[in-house]
Design a protein around this ligand. Sequence first.
Ligand SMILES: *Cc1c(COP(=O)(O)O)cnc(C)c1O
Length: 416
Amino acid sequence: MGLVDSIFSHEREGYYGEYGGAFIPEILRTTLDELIDVFDSARSDPAFWDEFLQVMRTYSCRPTPITHLENLSNEVGGAQIYLKREDLNHTGAHKANNVMGQGLLVRRMGKKRVIAETGAGQHGVATATMAARLGLQCTIYMGAVDVERQRPNVFWMEQLGAEVVSVTDGSATLKDAINESLRDWAHSMANTHYVLGTACGPHPFPQIVAYFQRVIGEESREQMLSAPGCLPDKVFACVGGGSNATGIFLGFLDDPQVELVGVEAGGLGLATGEHAARLAGKVGSPGVAQGYKTYFFQDSEGQMQHTHSVAAGLDYIGVSPILAHLSDIGRVRVESATDKEVIDVLKRMMRAEGIIGALESTHAVAAALREANSMSADETVLVNLSGRGDKDIFTIADALEDENWKRFLKDKVGKL
Ligand SMILES: *Cc1c(COP(=O)(O)O)cnc(C)c1O
């Protein structure tokens, strides 16, 4: 059995090596079983994948192109660098693949309402667009601290017709929003689906999210074979929860000559403890939390550590059990990039190529540039540009200490 088949296999379903599983309160068992059944019937129905592709073609710019970064490749002076342009999706990131796919499953189940949790707000906005499009009621849980930090996203979710619930429990951030969503779901599961945002959580979520995100890898493999006409020597992707990385890696998993590199948030540097790495340098350790087993960024007592990254989407304590397994068996190598490297590379790519990458995705670009330099000009690297950077304007302007921007903020936003 190939590696891709092993991930979607029914043997030891929901486990990837020793990771994954479903450690859930008994009350959620029935609804997760129902989800497993509907997912099984959907994926064994060839018309379902065609329907998904059709929706993504007409609503979200698929297939997204691959762009050869000729200027940056020349500047770096090594391997030829290519970008898979997930930033061109509807709502600006690969998240559209997952939410539209889960939306189609909701339709098959006949449920009328979706809930989701969101930290930075991107998954909330993507879920709200899907709910509007498919005529579903939508509630988004968000920590009160994040509601304040992400005003523009809260505004759009509400305009799209979603109800945004500000969670004030605990630290009033992502993990508290997850708890609140689970509480809602335990009461509402008969008519409500929980749209999980990444390839984490209890089975079958990692498998479902990987299934839809693999569209990135399948397209990429075909596109690379058609031009430049060869498989890439290396593929890079940033790793938050791990959905965009799993998605692109699935296209190349059974091509052993293609090296797969995940890139986590190095924050202020792994040695400072201020980062969101789990697999890189094995700074995390295996444990069970939030319904599944994986590497968590935790101390020796199993207490979750505080995470830090300039990129809100990479700021998470767990990681996909699929990537944890692929890292353990040596199929995926995991590196990290620091906040500072990322800001430098973002600036460089804007000037050289006219592309504004998301801070998350730029972690992958940074690691690729680091390695491309010592490769030869007839080698190729492919980087997944998971999203666009417009959303990061506040953070980027701040990091670049742009004086005109500071004046604008003081004049306009300061008065609100
Ligand atoms: C949410 C997000 C991520 C992190 O999620 P993964 O599940 O690790 O892919 C990465 N990039 C962008 C642009 C995002 O919005």
